[in-house]
Design a protein around this ligand. Structure first.
Ligand code: GLC
Ligand code: CA
Length: 557
């Protein structure tokens, strides 16, 4: 297997709005990030993926961009951004920027022009269709943020396509002029020191010719089979790589909703000239197959989860590369969803971390995950800010008549604002995030769960993450080792082994809150095994009973 810095790296995601506010307006900003770079350095991460900081009307918190080369006023100035790059590079940290080019904002000058007339030079930068002869929508596709994926534009009497909210019109990737404008923009950032891109909604750039109607799906959106991971996408990514990415030593990771293993082999195959890795969604979407995520079962099925993770481990081994994550700004807090955010918060947060940092792939840490931050159940819909939550509430409760209490439970479990509450720095007012009024409520558990307290505690989740990251740097088997699972049917334990150039790492995870018996698989011996990491004191491979959420990894003789 080829070696690469981005395989060995650990990535930390910053959601700038919620990370650190420097000027008391309640909104995180770039100077705030700069003030916390030493914290990241101390944690040991190599790369920061920064969610969008570009100019944006903030219908979707920066994922609706009105100027790809400008910095959002709330976040600071261009000079602040340049200072951020300088200070990061001085510390040996790399900066991966978010690239949001499936769609722009409706305030982007391209769209402002495009909607003026059918013969405007920018018209074809977007996707326009006439109403059907009976006046109805061009097709039945629905948006990821509720409602139809089409909005009628009065001025020119046509509909435009938007896979997200109506203020996020989809760009037309069939248009070469549009693509080349995007490439110029990529060079603009790369020439200023950017070390890579996380490509938002990469799965969506290419749409099926003719935009056919999709089959009805209970959870929606309808039409995915025609707007996600279409064959043409690979042409676009290869062109992008040829024209731009291949000229720089950078890291690229695609967000690819709905991606299947076979697609991922194409996206990430080392000889295909596409991207380094993609984010797959099967594990985080577990349970959503038959209904919208707001009404999914509360607990995930452990064997099903193991099966997905292991399939991706073996499926890309030697031919592609995995991104390892449970959390990001679109997902609930991992300890709340996959662990136990009450009695066993610390143990289960460490167990999940052990899983992510001992599989093959590049681990991603979402801000606050390293503290074991938890979901935040706001009491009322009016406390929420996320456009996806608010639109879904409108669709299911206000218009659809769903039980508001049931929907609220779904929001508490799965809503995106769980991940967006301010970062918990200390036990001071507003968790030390701001001296003003935070844009989204702070989780009151910051009094005990915060970076300052955890930095002083050798048994904290934070200390455990530091250890995991430091050990990875010295242990090639963790990065490059092959993957082999034991007892896939075990409903409680996840057992696997990594192997690389004679080094073997054996991992045991109790994924439940009860004690569970362990039988060492044939060929695995406790004799001479050296503990790599463990989340309880006095770990032992031959004790045979695992404590709740116990995690251990051993280098075998
Ligand atoms: C991606 C982003 C998400 C955003 C959406 C539209 O899924 O991660 O936050 O809402 O794209 O840009
Ligand atoms: Ca601010």
């Amino acid at each position: 297997m080829k070696k690469a810095w981005w395989k060995e790296a650990v990535v930390y995601q910053i959601y700038p709005r919620s990370f650190m506010d420097s000027n008391g307006d309640g909104i995180g900003d770039i100077p705030g990030i700069i003030s916390k770079l030493d914290y990241l350095k101390d944690l040991g991460v190599d790369v920061v993926w920064l969610s969008p900081v570009y100019k944006s009307p903030n219908k979707d918190n920066g994922y609706d961009i009105s100027d790809y080369c400008g910095i959002m006023d709330e976040f600071g100035t261009f000079a602040d951004w340049e200072e951020l790059v300088r200070q990061m590079h001085a510390r040996g940290l790399k900066l991966v920027m978010d690239l949001v080019v499936n769609h722009s904002s409706d305030q982007h000058k391209w769209f402002v022009e495009a909607r003026k007339s059918k013969d405007n030079p920018y018209r074809d930068y977007y996707i326009w269709r006439d109403p059907k002869p009976d006046g109805s929508l061009p097709n039945n596709w629905t948006s990821h943020f509720s409602g139809p994926a089409w909005t009628f534009d009065e001025t020119t009497g046509q509909y435009y396509l938007h896979l997200f909210c109506k203020e996020q019109p989809d760009l037309n990737w069939e248009n070469a002029a549009m693509r080349h404008d995007i490439y110029d923009m990529l060079r603009f950032w790369l020439d200023r020191g950017v070390d890579g891109f996380r490509m938002d909604v990469l799965q969506g750039y290419a749409k099926a010719p003719g935009l056919p109607d999709g089959a009805p799906v209970p959870g929606g959106p309808i039409g995915q089979e025609y707007f996600a991971n279409q064959p043409r996408i690979h042409d676009y990514v290869q062109e992008m790589t040829r024209e731009v990415f291949s000229k720089y030593d950078i890291m690229t990771v695609g967000e690819t909703g709905g991606v299947k293993l076979e697609d991922a082999r194409l996206y990430t195959g080392e000889d295909r000239g596409e991207v380094n890795m993609v984010f797959q969604f099967e594990h985080v979407d577990l349970g959503d197959e038959h209904s919208p995520k707001w009404f999914s079962p509360e607990r995930v099925d452990i064997p099903a989860l193991k099966k997905i993770l292991s399939k991706w481990q073996t499926g890309l081994d030697g031919c592609g590369w995995n991104s390892l994550y449970f959390s990001n700004h679109d997902q609930p807090r991992q300890v709340s969803r996959f662990g136990d955010d009450g009695r066993y918060r610390v143990e289960s947060a460490k167990m999940l971390a052990t899983l992510l940092h001992t599989q093959q792939g590049t681990p991603y840490i979402y801000q606050g995950e390293e503290l074991g931050m938890t979901n935040m159940a706001f009491p009322d819909i009016s406390c929420y800010q996320d456009v996806q939550i608010l639109n879904a509430w409108q669709e299911f409760v206000v218009e659809g008549g769903a039980d508001p209490a049931r929907m609220m439970r779904g929001i508490h479990l799965r809503g995106r604002d769980n991940a967006r509450t301010p970062m918990q720095w200390s036990d001071q007012a507003n968790a030390g995030f701001t001296s003003g009024k935070p844009w989204l409520g702070v989780n009151p558990n910051y009094k005990t769960i915060n970076a300052e307290a955890e930095a002083k505690d050798p048994d904290s989740v934070l200390s455990y993450y530091k250890l995991l990251i430091a050990k990875r740097k010295k242990t090639p088997v963790v990065v490059y080792g092959s993957f082999r699972e034991y007892e896939p049917e075990n409903p409680y334990l996840y057992l696997y082994e990594r192997e690389y150039e004679g080094q073997r790492l054996f991992v045991v995870l109790n994924m439940t809150g009860e004690e569970r018996p362990l039988t060492l698989p044939e060929g695995v011996s406790a004799a001479g095994a050296e503990c790599y990491i463990a989340n309880y004191p006095d770990p032992a491979l031959d004790r045979y009973t695992l404590r709740p959420y116990e995690a251990m990894a051993y280098l075998l003789q």
